[in-house]
Design a protein around this ligand. Structure first.
Ligand SMILES: *[C@@H]1O[C@H](CO)[C@@H](O)[C@H](O)[C@H]1NC(C)=O
Ligand SMILES: *[C@@H]1O[C@H](CO)[C@@H](O)[C@H](O)[C@H]1NC(C)=O
Ligand SMILES: *[C@@H]1O[C@H](CO)[C@@H](O)[C@H](O)[C@H]1NC(C)=O
Ligand SMILES: *[C@@H]1O[C@H](CO)[C@@H](O)[C@H](O)[C@H]1NC(C)=O
Ligand SMILES: *[C@@H]1O[C@H](CO)[C@@H](O)[C@H](O)[C@H]1NC(C)=O
Ligand SMILES: *[C@@H]1O[C@H](CO)[C@@H](O)[C@H](O)[C@H]1NC(C)=O
Length: 310
């Protein structure tokens, strides 16, 4: 009767232990690993306890490093001071109830990349507005790539993300690419990428992150003339000359000129207008990307008195 009672008690204890360790019903092995999984930096130290609360005929750790031979103890520790084996698979076993059962310890070994660098693919120098370019982020020797995320930033804004599905445990190098189609507002923008190892609860906090240097892009674009500053019709009064301004934005800095008549080109942003100025003027803003023009019509008004009437 008493035996029965203890048996029941024991079964309850084991089932509680198992539900606590989250093990599956098919491996009802009465040992507990603490912690249940580990994340270790390559070359770092690690130790995990294996314990049992049941009477047994010996237990131990099987591992290519840090193994513990068969012992009657009920708490044994797998310990490696400098872990350098990528595919290590430690397991705790117990001889119990006439059989042997084993629990494997999931080990994640990580290594931050040797370098993270950003570059432009097949291109040097300034980019043209509206064209497409490819940027590349190279991450050298990182593990495990399954837990690597490459984030792309423009300034402080996250613009893209790459994840990798390879299950290889040893370090590999990976490349992530980003297509961009810059516009004038992107002139001077800084792109950069970061390699982040998301290693879960057991992993280091914050996740190990390595970033590239920033890549500044220069965007060339055709001049745009400020039409607010330069109306298309300008009235001039006899005896009252005025100055009009042609201002243009562009990269490289545009050259501004006024075509006053077919032979007279004035290289200036400003132009003096008098009653003798021809009625059709053209502002020309040009740079290496292109030429933008704006036509200005000069309307000669009789005299200043007219203005005073209205
Ligand atoms: C021991 O194993 C036998 C059969 O393998 C099973 O019937 C029995 O319930 C087990 N005892 C315990 C205490 O788990
Ligand atoms: C690593 O990534 C895989 C796949 O995304 C995930 O299942 C696993 O939990 C991650 N490892 C850790 C230690 O977080
Ligand atoms: C990568 O980042 C880790 C910390 O997250 C740092 O210890 C390591 O030195 C960095 N590696 C390089 C190449 O900068
Ligand atoms: C154009 O000129 C107006 C008036 O001076 C100014 O307010 C505006 O900012 C200019 N636009 C650009 C794009 O420079
Ligand atoms: C062009 O304008 C200039 C003054 O701005 C004048 O001297 C010259 O005669 C004009 N030429 C023609 C062809 O109209
Ligand atoms: C425009 O007129 C002012 C005086 O009214 C003069 O100082 C300036 O040199 C003139 N500019 C041009 C381009 O003729």
């Amino acid at each position: 009767m008493l035996q029965h009672f203890f048996g029941l008690f024991y079964l309850l204890a084991v089932s509680q232990l198992l539900s606590f360790t989250g093990s599956h019903a098919d491996d009802e092995c009465p040992v507990q690993l603490n912690p249940q999984s580990v994340v270790v930096k390559y070359g770092g130290s690690v130790s995990v306890d294996c314990s049992t609360s049941v009477p047994h005929k010996g237990m131990g750790w099987v591992s290519s490093e840090g193994g513990v031979p068969l012992t009657r103890d009920s708490l044994i520790t797998w310990r490696v001071p400098e872990l350098r084996e990528w595919d290590i698979e430690p397991a705790c076993f117990i001889n119990y109830n006439k059989t042997q059962c084993t629990v494997y310890l999931p080990v994640t070994i990580y290594k931050t990349p040797d370098s993270v660098s950003i570059s432009t693919v097949n291109h040097n120098g300034p980019m043209m507005e509206g064209n497409q370019y490819e940027l590349q982020c190279d991450v050298l020797n990182v593990a495990p790539v399954q837990n690597l995320t490459v984030n792309w930033y423009k300034g402080q804004t996250l613009v893209d993300q790459t994840i990798f599905t390879d299950t290889i445990k040893t370090p590999v190098s990976k490349t992530s690419k980003l297509l961009i189609r810059p516009d004038r507002a992107d002139d001077g923008a800084q792109y950069w990428c970061e390699a982040k190892l998301e290693l879960g609860e057991e992993g280091p906090r914050p996740p190990p992150t390595n970033t590239s240097d920033p890549l500044s892009i220069t965007v060339y674009f055709k001049p745009i003339i400020n039409e607010t500053k330069l109306p298309s019709i300008v009235s001039v009064f006899r005896g009252y000359p005025l100055v009009i301004v042609c201002e243009a934005e562009g990269n490289p800095e545009p050259t501004i000129s006024w075509s006053v008549n077919s032979t007279d080109i004035v290289y200036s942003e400003t132009l003096n207008i008098t009653e003798s100025t021809p009625e059709d003027l053209l502002c020309i803003a040009s740079n290496s990307v292109g030429i933008t023009t704006r036509h200005v019509k000069v309307v000669l008004k009789g005299n200043y008195a007219c203005l005073r009437i209205f």
